[in-house]
Design a protein around this ligand. Structure first.
Ligand code: ZN
Length: 479
């Protein structure tokens, strides 16, 4: 039963019931008592979580890191009306009449930055509502206001997306992809986990495609899931990837691809016009003249040629990516030793690319002006009170050597662009959604200061860190 709606209905129902009560004995009063409890339970949700009433909220006197890359500005005000930012201005210029009318939140000595975006998550492989809600809650109260879901059972992700937008669960907004791959990929057991009741490869969010596929129909089926993008995953030749990308763009969908889907490789994906490519360690195939097919053995690569951060084949690729604005979704953390003990991912094979080599490749991309988003593609332990994203940000700093301001841009503006939401989020400017984070300490001086979140604002609604309910054992079972 949907509390909110039930709450309002029970009110009306109470009135009519009360009118009828004069005619009925005891059972009536018990029913009335039950309905009253529901209404009270509904009213029990902390006031700050409620949708913002019309009227203006003044976030006052903060040191503003607006996400544009501009240096922080002290003593700034942000006026929010409903879900959106109305104005951003120095406190000294605020009209006293506006100040008097607005509900003020004092942010002096505080830092205000855009809400962060985890550009690579999987919330339903397999569907696990309790786990998904726990991860999303940890994200939101840690400053993450949007996530990009990179393929899953979209029946479950669609419902989570609705519940988040409706404010029924404390969660970031979710933008997701419908997957396409060649037939050989659909022997992977994960495709079965996310297609229960259907046939992997033949459901709109997991489609097997070949040269014979009716692409306008396949893309329209994917779009019908309310997906933001098509995810090109595996077993795809370059020409087919190009045709899918052209059709997806024609139908207004983005295209997010694995950097090497086999047998196509990164430069094929970039030339196909995809919007973002994932996994720095999949870039190691770029120098190879021949890339095997998906189902053929994938021989180890000599990683030495990537350790100096000056690989010539990657230099050509990154030049083209920078020219086109193709985003690199590096996901370095998922190649780290933190994944040991994972229940969903095999351990890294000896001699395979890890976060150190992936970090060198990402540093080369960063220095070549390739836009890099911040995506996790892994799930932290339930004991961790902070978003998984913080691990990726740390890894971009330690392994790719990116400076803090670039890393915060990866987690904000570039993340917004990766999700196709740059008009609505990723920076603090008038007209955009009021997705913001208030911190006690400056994240530009030390990324560890991200763990000083005091409140998250999503679509103008305030989520104080004090309201965060920590995770418990068994909240996370599939990681
Ligand atoms: Zn992934």
């Amino acid at each position: 039963m949907n509390d909110g709606k039930a709450g309002i209905e029970s009110g009306a129902r109470i009135t009519s019931w009360l009118a009828a009560r004069k005619q009925r004995p005891l059972t009536c009063s018990i029913a009335v008592a039950v309905l009253l409890c529901c209404a009270l339970a509904h009213a029990a949700v902390p006031a700050t979580d409620k949708a913002p009433k019309s009227g203006i909220t003044l976030f006052q006197g903060a040191t503003l890191i607006d996400g544009s890359g501009a240096p922080p500005r002290p003593d700034m005000d942000v006026l929010v009306e409903g879900e959106r930012i109305l104005r951003v201005l120095p406190d000294s210029q605020l009209d006293p009449a506006v100040r008097a009318k607005a509900k003020a939140i004092d942010l002096r000595e505080r830092f205000l930055m855009p809400g962060m975006i985890d550009a690579h998550v999987h919330l339903a492989t397999p569907p696990n509502r309790r786990q998904a809600e726990a991860i999303l809650r940890r994200d939101l109260y840690g400053g993450v206001t949007a996530v990009r879901d990179m393929a899953d059972d979209l029946r479950a992700v669609g419902e989570l997306t609705r519940a988040s937008l409706a404010g029924e669960i404390p969660a970031p907004d979710i933008y997701y992809a419908a997957l396409m791959a060649g037939p050989d990929f659909f022997t992977d057991e994960r495709t079965g986990q996310v297609s229960v009741g259907g046939v992997p490869g033949h459901v709109p969010w997991m489609q097997a495609v070949t040269k014979a596929t009716d692409l306008p129909l396949a893309v329209a089926r994917a779009k019908g899931t309310w997906a933001t993008a098509i995810k090109l995953y595996a077993d795809l030749p370059a020409d087919l990837a190009s045709r899918i990308t052209a059709e997806a763009h024609r139908q207004g969908l983005l295209v997010w691809a694995h950097a090497t889907p086999y047998p196509s490789k990164p430069s094929d994906m970039v030339a196909a016009g995809v919007d973002a490519i994932s996994h720095a360690c999949l870039l190691i195939r770029e120098p190879d003249a021949h890339v095997p097919s998906w189902s053929e053995p994938h021989p180890n690569v000599d990683l030495a040629k990537f350790r100096q951060g000056d690989n010539p084949a990657l230099a050509r690729l990154f030049k083209e990516m920078a020219r086109r604005g193709t985003i690199l979704d590096a996901t370095l953390w998922t190649y780290s030793s933190d994944t040991a003990g994972s229940t969903t991912m095999p351990p890294l094979a000896p001699g395979s690319c890890d976060d150190t080599v992936g970090g060198e490749i990402t540093r080369q991309a960063y220095l070549a002006h390739v836009p890099i988003d911040a995506g996790t593609d892994f799930i932290g332990d339930w004991k961790d009170p902070w978003p998984d994203l913080f691990h990726e940000l740390d890894t971009l700093a330690v392994k790719a050597g990116m400076p803090n301001e670039a890393i915060l841009q990866s987690a904000t503006l570039v993340g917004a662009r990766a999700a196709g939401q740059q008009r609505d989020m990723g920076s603090i400017e008038p007209g955009k959604l009021a997705n913001m984070v208030v911190l006690a300490r400056n994240p530009l001086t030390d990324l560890k200061n991200l763990k000083s979140v005091l409140m998250t604002v999503k679509r103008g609604r305030v989520y104080p860190r004090t309201a965060f309910v920590p995770l418990v054992k068994n909240d996370i079972t599939d990681r």
